[in-house]
Design a protein around this ligand. Structure first.
Ligand code: ZN
Ligand code: ZN
Ligand code: FE
Length: 762
């Protein structure tokens, strides 16, 4: 007989780890205890050598599915003389921290009980167990125990308490455990009805409203959704109207995988993602003849689909005669504002948007939007994240080395922030576009919450060089107030570093970084975005970039690709032929004004943005002259690309500048000759992919670097990504793509953090 002490770190709380240890100890007849601390899980046991060996092995090999062990240490010691095995009270350890698990969709066991008339939780919208349910969104502090969650106010009934305390039960120490007698409730609020419907009646009434084409605000896991019948074009258009959201795609929730298959083509990886515990919105190719309204995602082949992830969703979307085949489930907010989470807040902010509210009284402590992913098949690992939030956050990115405690403030659009502790980088949930006070407030709350949860007091704050980004101003103000070191990080360097970091590169040798992006403040004050860098974590060299062209009106030009197109023609010395679509867009007088603005250089910052080049090309090809959301012209241009076209436009190289004169000349010639847009789009994509390969080959011949990282928002263009990747791989390069964090600005803060860490290391 001897004693054993084990310390485990990683994702080990809120995932059924203690019951797992308990049952394992029982099985081997070991005596001792297990407890959660804010540093991980501690175990002490007495037993014979063979049992202890087996116990140790099984601890690691058979750990619960939702757990992830990052650190495991065990030491033998003298026998303690324990007489039983117990689960001890959780303990706070000063300064120690713990990764927290993301929210997990309802598990198969709970789903079965939900629809079993003999179960005491039959049709109970908050059924959950150790293997499923809310986590991140209800946790106020660590260690993860009920009093530190928004479930604290619900006292367990005798039945629930028995389950909670029974180590053999699936709900043993499941913190959000609840039942109809003791847990949260749902109710429906409508404008004209004084008497609110509750429980099952509320859900039935909600279904009836949705069937009638109404828009209902539904409180979910990380915030409110606005829901309506996705097959009812009138409802979808009404929702667009009220939300002030033109054209930008809405996410859908479909009841089950069979329904998804009826409306979209899905492969094995897409199926796996749809059914995964994270339940992200997955971008899928829409099938012809699908009854989903075109207005859900106008002019796109792709629609964003998710499956129900809470019991409430399952009850709401239950198949039934006359009930819509699918619902639009878009975040409950007015365009550009953060998603509403509180009941009172929702009543205030969403009253003009929703006809009714399906409320509940389990508070959401931190907002968390749905995640969005797509599948990119060319590599063996094929998830390609677009927005990393609910279901993934706050799962940390494991860094190749230990770093100081840093806060990275992120970007302006699609903001996330990142804090580091030890070898973990905790990327925040999706904060949104930091263009208003509401979003800034949400950012500040998020930062505070993360610093508290993960016990971080930053030594330094990393920020984007753009002086007017709200995140940058927050960083500089706070650093001055608290006397912290500041680290300004160039936008595209951060993109490349983010890609390197998630692949675990230690930064000891540089890579070729191809950062194609919509915007990003350059060291010379210009708007960069078509950059080929040689970069490690500490520094970068700008090797090639798109030749500058003027952007009349600066970032405002983003809304009008026609202006960008004419400015590009002007800068290349190409004429504004009246037959070209961007010229048709502007009357003679407007053209005269624009020309004067360009000649006199009035508010015409220079840019090397690849995103704007795409806008210009799309406008010239006649795809779109004005956009309703960022990147719309480029997205529609890509959607038209002919997959079989082999020809390409030739991108020139003039010293360190990519010269697009010949590309644009050829493109204009094709437009004039009436060549199909599908061919023009394909030729543009092909040419750009070839140009990337050629530049990388040139760098390789001079430096021997044969690794390429692709990052920046333009790489959401799957057509460009596919062609570039295959050309680079054929040319012998090892290529890194984003797999954990988004290639757009949603992943930027990770790069800022690792760059700051490298500089601090010196
Ligand atoms: Zn469950
Ligand atoms: Zn109960
Ligand atoms: Fe960017």
């Amino acid at each position: 007989m001897q004693g054993l002490r084990v310390h485990i770190t990683g994702i080990v709380q809120g995932v059924g780890f203690r019951p797992f240890v308990y049952n394992l100890a029982m099985h081997h007849d070991l005596k001792g205890w297990v407890k959660n601390t804010s540093a991980g899980v501690e175990i002490e046991v007495d037993g014979d050598d063979d049992s202890l060996d087996l116990f140790l092995r099984q601890l690691q090999d058979e750990a619960p599915a939702l757990s992830r062990i990052d650190g495991f240490s065990a030491s033998f010691r003298p026998v303690n003389g324990f007489s039983s095995f117990e689960i001890l009270h959780s303990e706070s350890v000063e300064g120690a921290f713990q990764p927290i698990t993301p929210d997990v969709s309802i598990c198969p066991d709970c789903l079965r009980e939900l629809f079993n008339p003999n179960d005491r939780r039959y049709r109970y919208p908050f059924i959950n167990c150790t293997n499923c349910g809310p986590r991140f969104t209800i946790i106020k502090d660590i260690p993860y125990d009920r009093p530190k969650t928004t479930m604290a106010g619900f006292t367990l009934c005798a039945d629930c308490e028995r389950e909670y305390k029974d180590p053999a039960n699936r709900r043993f120490h499941a913190q959000p455990v609840a039942c109809p007698d003791c847990g949260p409730k749902v109710w429906l609020e409508t404008k004209d009805e004084k008497e609110n419907k509750v429980d099952h009646q509320a859900i039935l009434e909600t279904r009836s409203l949705l069937t009638k084409g109404k828009i209902v605000a539904i409180k979910g896991l990380g915030g409110f959704h606005l829901a309506c019948d996705a097959t009812n074009t009138t409802s979808v258009l009404e929702l667009r109207n009220r939300k002030l959201r033109v054209d930008k795609p809405f996410a859908l929730m479909l009841p089950d995988i069979e329904t998804v298959e009826r409306h979209c083509s899905i492969g094995p990886m897409e199926r796996e993602l749809l059914l995964s515990g994270a339940r992200p919105v997955v971008l899928l190719k829409r099938k012809q003849g699908s009854t989903i309204s075109e207005e859900v995602a106008p002019k796109q082949h792709w629609i964003g689909v998710m499956l129900p992830y809470t019991p409430l969703h399952h009850l709401l979307l239950e198949k039934g005669a006359g009930f819509p085949e699918g619902l639009v489930m878009t975040s409950g907010n007015l365009s550009e504002e953060p998603i509403a989470t509180g009941n009172e807040e929702a009543r205030e902010r969403l009253s003009k948007l929703a006809d009714a509210f399906l409320m509940h009284d389990r508070d959401i402590h931190i907002r968390c939007d749905d995640s969005v992913v797509r599948v990119f098949e060319e590599n063996q690992k094929s998830i390609y994240p677009i927005r990393r939030s609910r279901g993934y956050c706050p799962f940390p990115v494991k860094l190749p080395l230990d770093v100081p405690q840093i806060l990275a403030a992120g970007s302006e659009l699609k903001n996330t922030f990142c804090i580091t502790n030890g070898s973990y980088a905790f990327l925040s949930h999706h904060i949104g576009d930091m263009e208003n006070y509401e979003t800034l407030k949400s950012f500040e709350q998020g930062v505070q919450h993360f610093e508290k949860l993960f016990r971080v007091k930053p030594e330094a704050i990393a920020y984007d060089l753009h002086p007017n980004y709200l995140a940058t101003r927050y960083a500089l103000d706070r650093a001055a107030r608290e006397n912290l070191a500041t680290m300004g990080v160039q936008h595209h360097h951060a993109h490349i570093a983010a890609c390197m970091a998630e692949h675990g590169l230690d930064g000891s040798h540089p890579v070729i970084g191809v950062s194609f992006d919509g915007t990003g403040y350059g060291e010379d004050g210009a708007i960069w975005g078509g950059e080929i860098l040689i970069a490690d974590y500490k520094s970068y060299r700008r090797t090639y970039h798109l030749k500058y062209f003027p952007l009349p009106g600066g970032d405002a030009a983003v809304k009008k690709p026609a202006r960008t197109a004419l400015a590009l023609l002007w800068s290349l010395g190409l004429e504004w032929d009246e037959r070209l679509p961007p010229c048709v867009e502007f009357c003679a007088e407007d053209q005269f004004t624009l020309r004067a603005q360009l000649e006199k250089k009035i508010n015409t910052p220079m840019t090397s943005s690849m995103g704007r080049l795409f806008d210009a090309a799309a406008a010239l090809a006649g795809v779109r002259q004005k956009v309703n959301y960022e990147g719309q012209a480029a997205i529609e241009f890509e959607a038209l690309a002919d997959e079989t076209e082999r020809e390409s436009y030739h991108f020139g190289l003039d010293q360190d500048e990519v010269d697009v004169r010949s590309v644009i000349k050829a493109l204009v010639k094709d437009v004039m000759a009436g060549v199909y847009v599908s061919k023009i789009s394909a030729r543009f994509h092909n040419g750009l992919a070839e140009s990337v390969r050629d530049m990388c080959l040139k760098i390789k011949s001079e430096t021997d670097i044969d690794e390429v990282a692709l990052s920046g928002g333009v790489w959401q263009n799957i057509t460009l990504l596919g062609r570039t990747l295959s050309l680079l791989e054929k040319a012998g390069f090892r290529v890194y793509l984003h797999r954990e964090v988004p290639t757009n600005d949603g992943g930027l803060s990770l790069g800022q953090a690792v760059i700051a860490a490298a500089r601090m290391r010196g």
